[in-house]
Design a protein around this ligand. Sequence first.
Ligand code: UTP
Length: 291
Amino acid sequence: MNIRKAVIPAAGFGTRFLPATKAQPKEMLCVLDKPLIQYCVEEAVASGLTHICIITGRGKSAVEDHFDRNPELEALLEEKKKDDLLKEVRRISGLAEICSVRQKEMLGLGHAVLAAADYVGREPFAVLLPDDIYDCPVPCPRQLMDVAEAKNASTLALGRTDAEGTKKYGIIKPRPVADRVYQLLDMIEKPGPERAFSDLAILGRYVFTPEIFDMIRETPPDHRGEIQITDAIRKLVDHQDVYGVEYEGDRYDAGDKIGQLEAILALALKREDYREALLGLLKSHGFFLKE
Ligand code: UTP
């Protein structure tokens, strides 16, 4: 199995960020010095994925523009001798082979992934949700790709969760097969603590065999009229082996306002160019932290 392609769904409304997302894509909201979508594209590239398809929709042209050349801006930076910024601006547009496909109606994540079916064709591919920022010693999709390639099977990112998380994520029934690797025997979307099979939740990084498209096509919309990717995964489990990897590293869910704040603070504390300044600011506001 050779995995080259990544699909990044970025067509959602981002209602949890309103009013910030009224006229601006959620994926362009900034965490420290770059937008969410750039973390995601860089993670895909660092994993060895060379072809990236971003699923966009109305009002999302800033996402496409971010990865395009901007000759006027480049000329200005050149003239002002801002070499580092010029290099960075050019690096972003040269990151990977990036294209976009429109999801014409926002009918859920499964529906968004299906929009990439023609682009992907009948090859395995990765899906990365840009809400989550992963900070891992080995990029999370790469960790999944290693298992997917060895098993020749769909492989999903798993994380341990608590009772609250069982109301938010799909929870799997696991069969351990190796260190941090599980076969999915079953799964339930948002079961709540009483019905949860385990504390292992499906998170926003996936590697799929192309059969997932067939499963999505067979998946009816849920009570909200959305086609959920987790319903399609459940069907896939009935047809093929599907694995999960409890990935190594940190994850920040920047898909809502508090999560975004946590991501900013946690990443700033890890980065040399921000850490001292942040600690100084917190102290000046009366917070005293262990250093
Ligand atoms: P979310 O449900 O977290 O994103 O979907 P959302 O719908 O934009 O946000 P809220 O819940 O209204 O605040 C996870 C990812 O899937 C994409 C979103 O853009 C996000 O990156 N998505 C979701 C689509 O591309 N299309 C959809 O129909 C739904």
